[in-house]
Design a binder for this molecule. Structure first.
Ligand code: IMP
Ligand code: MG
Length: 180
């Protein structure tokens, strides 16, 4: 397929992972989740904004009975000894004793997921795992077990399929990477 480019703010991006490939990876992930969470009524917690497309396409393919809810992380940053931790907003469910699966768009340094897992674990769920659309293994700075990964990518800045560059690009059906 001919590469396509898009300009967002001051940067140019070129097609990288097409929608069909994304969906194929997500379908595999759904099958794995169906197997691992059969009869566990998992609670999926999708982290807004970035994971909205991933969450929708994943949920359509998970067939074991499950629940989904949406959370946000505060944009203000509270400095703690571990680094920059964002507060969880919008978590109204009691997750005590539940099997929780966090849905993320991308894990880069892992700071965000690391902070989020600490806050969720404090509420004593039966289990917490992370399912991410993309993982940049070269960038990971935490000892994190990200059990469910749709696709790993090198250290490139990407947009599309929910991911943004300063607010733009979330609506793109494919994933694009920055033209270096
Ligand atoms: P962290 O470094 O793992 O904490 O990632 C923090 C957040 O940075 C992610 O949830 C994304 O919102 C954003 N991010 C990291 N890499 C990219 C990228 O390549 N494109 C768009 N957003 C990104
Ligand atoms: Mg994000």
């Amino acid at each position: 397929m001919e590469p396509r480019t898009v300009t967002l703010h001051d940067c140019q991006f070129s097609t990288y992972i097409c929608e069909e490939e994304i969906i194929a990876h997500i379908s595999l992930l759904a099958r794995q989740l169906d197997k691992d969470y059969a009869n566990k009524n998992p609670l999926f917690l999708a982290v807004l904004n970035g994971s909205f497309m991933f969450a929708a396409d994943l949920m359509k393919r998970v067939s074991t009975p499950c629940e989904i809810s949406f959370i946000r992380l505060s944009s203000y940053k509270d400095m703690q000894s571990t680094g920059t931790v964002k507060e969880v907003l919008g978590l109204t469910e009691d997750i005590g004793g539940r099997h929780v699966v966090v849905l993320e768009d991308i894990v880069d340094t892992g700071h965000t997921v690391h902070g989020l897992l600490q806050q969720l674990q404090a509420r004593q769920p039966a289990s917490v795992e992370v399912a991410t659309l993309l993982l940049k293994p070269e960038c990971l700075q935490h000892q994190l077990e990200v059990k469910y990964v749709a696709r790993t990518i090198p250290n490139d800045f990407v947009v599309g399929y929910g991911l943004d560059y300063n607010g733009l690009g979330r609506n793109l059906r494919d994933i694009y990477k920055i033209v270096s």
